[in-house]
Design a protein around this ligand. Structure first.
Ligand SMILES: Cc1cc2nc3c(=O)[nH]c(=O)nc-3n(C[C@H](O)[C@H](O)[C@H](O)COP(=O)(O)OP(=O)(O)OC[C@H]3O[C@@H](n4cnc5c(N)ncnc54)[C@H](O)[C@@H]3O)c2cc1C
Length: 495
């Protein structure tokens, strides 16, 4: 008899776990509350205009390839990948623009023109980062459940490279000695919803991976990876049930035994994989009183990432001079970051914004001659107490003005055919994201490795966590790794 596995949530974490477990002979059912798979990585369609709900930067594609190959498949057979080159357009307050790419000589030429004083630092950075990544990677590829895991030889080597005493900004400033250049390699802290002044310097590997391995687009959007994963699960005999919210996790003593669905029915399982946002689940899915270390109160006392105000615009034109990825830096980047991640959370008066214009390289996202434009403004999570219906009209206007002026698309508004907004309140209510903190629990050192909820959940047997809320953390590559780590533990426990 095949062992039965119930997976709660069909986000990238749950789908990756579903692929791995179904391909290894488990009887897998994925329960997803949404109409389609993907969660924060689902396709969002407004008529004939299609968008990625969330992720648009695919780094470390090699990990995705590995994941598919471990399931006997090739990612290329399901998705059409293309490299985004240059990586992005960075727009500075004084109007300066920087287009870093993966070609080192080209990068040196650009840096020589903009910030010649950073050239030596760039060379040093390129020498140091590959080594740093090589020693850190094993730590992100296996479970870290306690101090025992940290005294293993590879972990000890990695710890030396974590520069625990230095936040990311300071670490990069040591190389580049120039704020603008630092921001070009530090803004990636946004991928984990953190401030470069708080994020551990470990996260310099994010920009390094972009520069060394490149960034990828998938035709149709990164959401197509979610659809591909669903197909792989089904090809191995697994089932993905959309529009099927899980109401409760069923617990017998210290062990999980199944899930209760909204209609009251119980589905028994030999093991559960939890992909729904961990902090949200703690507050909604576990029977009262079961959790101690991760009780709702203790979980709520942790730090959480920022959120984002999203604008998805279907346009009756294509702004062909606007690159695929664009980052607009605010006048005072540090104050802005403090507004969205610091102690006094507030709506930023001087926001930094990300603009995604994938229609310049993908004609499948909108009718011919039209385009799908996505604007992401990082804002505080719901702990800021912002009343979104009150502030939305003026904040949205401010963002549109910024995009028009900084991206040189003055006529933007006259081309909008359809639009959708997602606020931090919507992330919480519609996507079950605790406090609308879209990049999960913060990635401060005190909430990473064994301090994060463990892949083999430490409070209940036969429960495994996947997704951004567990080790190694938020972001697609680490989420794929979370599934690989958790599935290996599950297989070991059940065999
Ligand atoms: C706006 C935005 C931009 C991002 N950009 C990037 C990027 O460019 N690159 C990158 O690597 N990462 C990015 N991320 C971060 C991260 O990769 C994504 O958020 C990713 O989707 C998280 O995956 P997950 O599996 O942890 O959770 P989710 O995608 O949230 O999946 C959890 C699933 O559980 C389901 N669920 C919840 N409750 C229940 C229930 N009771 N019953 C059944 N199902 C339930 C949800 O509907 C959802 O499908 C971004 C995130 C956001 C929000």
């Amino acid at each position: 008899m095949k062992k039965k596995i119930a997976i709660i949530g069909a986000g990238p974490g749950g789908l990756s776990a579903g692929m791995l477990l179904s391909s290894r002979g488990f009887d897998v059912t994925v329960f997803e509350k949404g109409d389609d798979v993907g969660g924060r990585s689902a396709r969002l369609s407004l008529g004939e205009y299609h968008f990625d709900t969330g992720p648009t930067f695919l780094i470390m594609k090699s990990l995705l390839d590995e994941l598919f190959s471990q399931c006997g498949k090739r990612a290329e057979d399901y998705c059409s990948f293309s490299k985004v080159e240059p990586l992005y357009q960075l727009i500075y307050p004084d109007g300066k623009v920087f287009y870093p790419g993966t070609d080192y000589d080209d990068l040196v030429e650009k840096v020589a023109k903009l910030w010649p004083q950073s050239l030596q630092g760039l060379a040093d950075y390129y020498r140091a980062e590959p080594k740093k990544f090589e020693v850190i990677r094993p730590l992100l590829s296996r479970p870290v459940a306690g101090l025992g895991d940290l005294v293993k030889l590879d972990a000890v080597r990695a710890i030396r490279h974590l520069h625990l005493d230095k936040p990311l900004y300071e670490y990069l400033y040591n190389y580049f000695k120039n704020d603008e250049m630092v921001y070009a390699f530090a803004f990636q802290a946004k991928y984990i919803g953190m401030s470069p002044w708080d994020a551990p310097s470990l996260f310099s590997i994010l920009s390094w991976l972009e520069h060394s391995e490149g960034l990828y687009h998938v035709q149709g959007g990164l959401n197509q990876i979610s659809s591909a994963m669903k197909q792989v699960i089904e090809s191995h005999g697994g089932t993905v049930q959309t529009r099927t919210p899980v109401k409760k996790i069923v617990v017998d003593g210290k062990r999980t035994t199944g899930v209760q669905l909204d209609d009251g029915s119980i589905c028994h399982a030999d093991a559960l994989v939890l992909n729904a946002d961990f902090a949200w689940s703690v507050h909604h899915l576990f029977p009262a009183g079961v959790l101690k270390k991760w009780s709702p109160k203790k979980t709520a006392s942790k730090s959480f990432s920022c959120s984002a105000l999203m604008l998805y615009l279907g346009l009756d034109t294509i702004f062909s001079k606007l690159p695929h990825h664009n980052i607009i830096f605010s006048e005072d980047y540090r104050s802005y970051v403090l507004d969205i991640t610091g102690k006094n959370l507030q709506l930023p008066s001087d926001p930094s914004i990300y603009v995604h214009n994938p229609s310049v390289m993908d004609a499948t996202l909108a009718p011919t001659g039209h385009s799908s434009l996505y604007i992401l403004a990082p804002v505080p999570n719901n702990r800021a107490g912002i009343v979104w219906p009150d502030v939305l009209p003026s904040f949205k206007k401010q963002i549109i003005e910024l995009v028009k002026n900084k991206c040189n698309i003055q006529e933007l508004e006259s081309h909008v055919r359809v639009e959708k907004v997602i606020t931090p309140e919507d992330w919480a209510n519609d996507y079950n994201v605790y406090e609308g903190a879209i990049f999960n629990m913060g990635h401060q050192f005190s909430q990473m490795l064994m301090f994060r909820p463990h892949n083999r959940f430490e409070e209940l047997q036969r429960l495994y966590l996947v997704g951004g809320g567990t080790h190694p953390g938020s972001g697609l590559p680490t989420i794929y790794e979370s599934a690989r780590i958790s599935c290996e533990l599950l297989e070991k426990d059940l065999s």
